[in-house]
Design a protein around this ligand. Structure first.
Ligand code: AHR
Length: 351
């Protein structure tokens, strides 16, 4: 089968898959070549991008960054597929890209485990795979070329350090802190790192970590999980949300239950902290005190991934793991910096 025919059949296959999964088969889910530009396709570097879903504002910003970094003006033809939170859809997308003979595959994996076979298929086809955002847990790290994203465990440790410093400044004892963790999607790097950052600090400091329950990174689930937690515990005074969308949902549930949300724990507030700093509502909540602290998670990886692909195209070997620097934001000024593993990080209160 020639290259053009392969692309057509692979796209039909992808469209059928999206229909059979009950997903929307719209331009939002699968973006690719139109008939008239097949003839131009060879002028462009072809990249298949398997995005994991559209669960949060962070994810939308990340998708947008990728789509605008790989344009025809920049010499790229990007095929985008939305995995709709299902690893099986992402595996099929990668197989489709292999059939289409793309030159590079970019994968934003939903969860860490279960990628060995399909990454071996990509390697056998000679297509380099670049990971973005979350990571994979493979038997052989050479199954992918490189990764760019956040240090999620560091984000969690920074937030735990902020909680510890703030509690100290307020004169709260370790046993006064009753924390619930509304986690992200279980098994994702973002969840694993942020959960570990808090759990280790709670153990080391003697904080009461009442519960860890997943809210799947969505506002709806954040609201549901918080409402359920309020029925189980009457002493919660810190809510650690593993992203802003869940924090917005949790705040809604707290306020609906008559709880005041803010940093003043000693006077009965529930202190909400979260991650991302992308959603404008969440940033406004942080300015006004409804969210006490946000650890930034930067979604603008499009140009970073493009730079990695450019390096590969030039025959260079980019660093395997490429971390992004991230900030901390807070409505209070009492904790202007925190320290993790001997390294100091500023906490901005004017943002
Ligand atoms: O993997 C990054 C995380 O995924 C973001 O923190 C969250 O909002 C998103 O869904």
């Amino acid at each position: 089968m020639n290259r053009k025919l392969k692309r057509v059949s692979a796209l039909l296959f992808a469209a059928a898959l999206l229909c059979s999964c009950g997903g929307k088969n719209t331009a939002d889910d699968t973006e690719s070549f139109s008939d008239e530009n097949y003839s131009q396709a060879d002028e462009y570097t072809t990249v298949g991008f398997s995005q994991l879903g559209a669960e949060s504002d962070w994810r939308s910003a990340n998708t947008e960054s990728m789509l605008s970094a790989f344009t025809e003006e920049d010499g790229y033809s990007l095929i985008y597929m939305n995995g709709q939170q299902k690893q099986a859809n992402q595996i099929t997308a990668i197989r489709t890209f292999i059939q289409q003979e793309v030159e590079y595959i970019v994968l934003a994996p939903a969860t860490e485990d279960g990628w060995d076979s399909v990454l071996m298929e990509a390697r056998e086809a000679g297509i380099p795979v670049i990971l973005v955002d979350r990571r994979v847990n493979t038997s052989d790290k050479n199954l992918y070329s490189c990764w760019v994203g956040s240090d999620f465990e560091l984000e969690g440790r920074k937030m735990a350090a902020w909680i510890g410093e703030y509690a100290k400044k307020e004169g709260l004892l370790p046993e006064d802190l009753h924390i619930v963790n509304i986690q992200g999607s279980i098994g994702s790097t973002a969840q694993i790192g942020r959960t570990r950052g808090l759990a280790n600090a709670a153990r080391d400091n003697g904080w009461d970590l009442c519960a860890e329950i997943s809210g799947d990174f969505t506002e709806t689930k954040g609201r549901e999980v918080m409402a359920a937690l309020l029925k189980r515990f009457d002493n919660i005074n810190i809510v650690y949300c593993e992203n802003d969308n869940m924090a917005i949902g949790a705040i809604d549930a707290l306020e609906s239950a008559g709880r005041k949300v803010g940093p003043d724990i000693k006077n009965g507030d529930v202190c909400v902290v979260s991650f991302d700093g992308v959603n404008e509502t969440a940033l406004d909540y942080c300015r006004s005190g409804k969210i006490s602290c946000i650890a930034e998670c930067n979604p603008l990886h499009g140009p970073r991934v493009r730079a990695l692909i450019e390096a590969l195209k030039d025959g260079k070997t980019p660093d395997k793991f490429n971390y992004v620097d991230e900030k901390m934001f807070s409505c209070i000024t009492q904790v202007p910096e925190i320290e993790v593993a001997g390294q100091k990080y500023p906490v901005e209160s004017d943002f």
